[in-house]
Ligand binder design. Structure first.
Ligand code: F6P
Length: 542
């Protein structure tokens, strides 16, 4: 920790010397050009790239001069980041509004990883608890994969439906899609999250109830979308197999941090796979919430995914700030958002199996850092979490890239790709990666317009990172997700916010309950526009 680091309650990012320097640098940046930085420094691309395991980040194509970069590193050093990071990994209750520790790192840690002597014994105990919980994931996934887990009519499982939402859906769904190269050939995974009945009813129609297992995934076991979908699945088992209380049969398992609620719901005790309350919902794919991943790719590969995340955890904890991949990505995001007024950033994987990465990152980033109150309860007068969006390339090239090249907004981009792809062939992969590199280069270099054809002008100077995985293996996928988790953490630390609560989702939930209440007095409390819309829908439905 640097001597200028401060505890959160003394800290205001905008009062640090580095923040003031960066405000000055932002004025200079208006005149700067990324391509010119390369002319001034031929070593720029090697100096502005970093490797961790099999992940390689080139961040040289950013609108960041050497001076700016030094000031950004100073900003990190002058913030409570390093202290906050140690507090997170050692199990302090840094989620202050919910009074909870934030220990998804413990889900992939090994005994002895904790370097803070006073926290070592407790950390090792936690790792042992996690290993016990993961042993249940291993047992259940192995039984299902080997055909030993039987439905109520004695048949092996062919289809698993993960019913969950938010963190209890997005992580497992992304991982199963990303790692489909390793998927079990005879067991299909389905993910039901939305309360839109068309989703679950259409899925159920295609399935055989005798060979279907529901993995009911909910940290709290109270989420109304998940419970309604589970009810529909139970009714389906009752109607098709005459199975009353299917939730208590071998067709259901519960994945939760709330054992009591799962038991009360009727899930048999030995079919509840638990995880600890100190795992945040959007950080839970590494826990028993990842059962569907283990069923799909096998427990051994699931463990490789955890090992990749651990490798990134160790990198994040040990690498100096200037060589620390999550810190670098976080600082670049802060530069654009707080100093150059970028409103959003795009994540564009050149890999169709990472199609769901932007949706996953939307929850991770925007639910974590979409905050406007400091850790000390003060209102914030600077920007926090940026809007994150994206989709795969090359598809995006034929959709929104026009705006990226010639629009008026600055959108910093993360390009993500695997250097080698065993599921593709040489020709396809060369074209895919060639397109990604060409786009990143064109965005930076731009092009003059021919005389009288201003519409052909490409201004260039558009920043991007290129993040390359050697290949899309379970280990590298784990490292990739942990990288973004830590990037979000670094930004939250510098912005002095609690990245681990999500109070902003509560009001909408409460009002949905109000609106759906049959009690007309309760409905009368709604605003006039909502009342009129509700009445219109009722009229249409008559
Ligand atoms: O949207 C709020 C939220 O609490 C998320 O953070 C969480 O991932 C999701 O709901 C689902 O919650 P649960 O796993 O408890 O059903």
């Amino acid at each position: 920790m640097t001597s200028s680091s401060k505890t959160p309650n003394q800290y205001q990012p905008t009062s640090t010397p580095a923040w003031k320097t960066l405000e000055q640098q932002a004025k200079k940046a208006e005149q700067q050009n990324i391509s010119a930085f390369f002319d001034q420094n031929p070593q720029r691309s090697s100096q502005m790239s970093v490797q961790s395991g099999e992940l390689f980040l080139d961040y040289s194509k950013n609108l960041v001069s050497d001076e700016t970069w030094q000031a950004l590193l100073e900003l990190a050093a002058q913030s409570p980041l390093e202290q906050h990071r140690a507090a997170m990994f050692s199990g302090e209750k840094i989620n202050t509004t919910e009074g909870r520790a934030v220990l998804h790192g413990a889900l992939r840690a090994e005994i002895g990883d904790q370097t803070i002597a006073s926290a070592a014994a407790e950390s090792d105990q936690r790792v042992s608890l996690v290993k016990q919980q993961l042993a249940d994931v291993e047992l259940v996934s192995a039984k299902i994969r080997s055909g030993q887990w039987l439905g109520s009519t004695g048949k092996a499982i062919t289809d698993v439906i993960n019913i969950g939402i938010g963190g209890s859906d997005l992580g497992p769904k992304l991982a199963c899609s990303a790692l489909q190269e390793f998927a079990h050939p005879d067991i299909k995974l389905h993910f039901i999250s939305n309360v839109d009945g068309a989703e679950i009813l259409t899925t159920l129609k295609k399935l055989n109830p005798e060979t279907t297992l529901v993995a009911l995934a909910s940290k709290t076991f109270t989420t109304h979308e998940t419970l309604l979908n589970a009810k529909t699945a139970r009714n389906w088992f009752a109607e098709t197999l005459g199975l009353e209380n299917a939730q208590s049969s071998s067709h259901f398992v519960g994945l939760t941090a709330n054992r009591a609620n799962a038991l009360a719901y009727g899930i048999p005790a030995d079919q509840i796979l638990e995880f600890a309350e100190w795992v945040g919902g959007r950080y839970s794919l590494w826990s028993s919430i990842g059962l569907s991943i283990a069923i799909s790719i096998g427990f051994e590969k699931f463990v490789e995914m955890l090992a990749g995340a651990r490798e990134m955890d160790l990198h994040f904890q040990r690498a100096p700030l200037a060589e620390n991949m999550p810190v670098i990505m976080a600082l670049l995001g802060i530069w654009y958002s707080n100093f150059l007024d970028a409103q959003s950033n795009a994540v564009i994987p050149y890999c169709e199996r990472l199609l769901l990465l932007p949706s996953y990152l939307q929850q991770l980033d925007m639910e974590s850092n979409g905050k406007s109150t400091t850790l000390d309860g003060e209102s914030i007068d600077y920007q926090t979490g940026a809007i994150l969006w994206g989709q795969t390339g090359t598809n995006g090239q034929h959709a929104f890239f026009q705006l990226l090249h010639q629009g008026t907004r600055m959108v910093p981009i993360d390009f993500v790709a695997a250097a080698v792809d065993n599921l593709s062939n040489e020709e396809h992969h060369r074209v895919l990666l060639g397109n990604m590199l060409a786009q990143a280069s064109a965005l930076m270099c731009g092009q003059e317009a021919p005389e009288g054809e201003a519409y052909r002008y490409y201004p260039g100077n558009k920043p991007s990172n290129v993040l390359l995985l050697d290949q899309l293996s379970p280990k590298n996928f784990g490292a990739l997700i942990a990288l973004y988790e830590h990037k979000v953490f670094v930004q939250g630390s510098i912005w002095n916010i609690n990245s681990f609560d999500q109070w902003g989702v509560e009001l909408g939930k409460k009002m949905a309950n109000q609106l759906l209440a049959s009690d007309s007095d309760v409905q009368a409390e709604l605003d006039p526009s909502t009342t009129a819309l509700f009445a219109h829908i009722k009229q249409c439905q008559k």
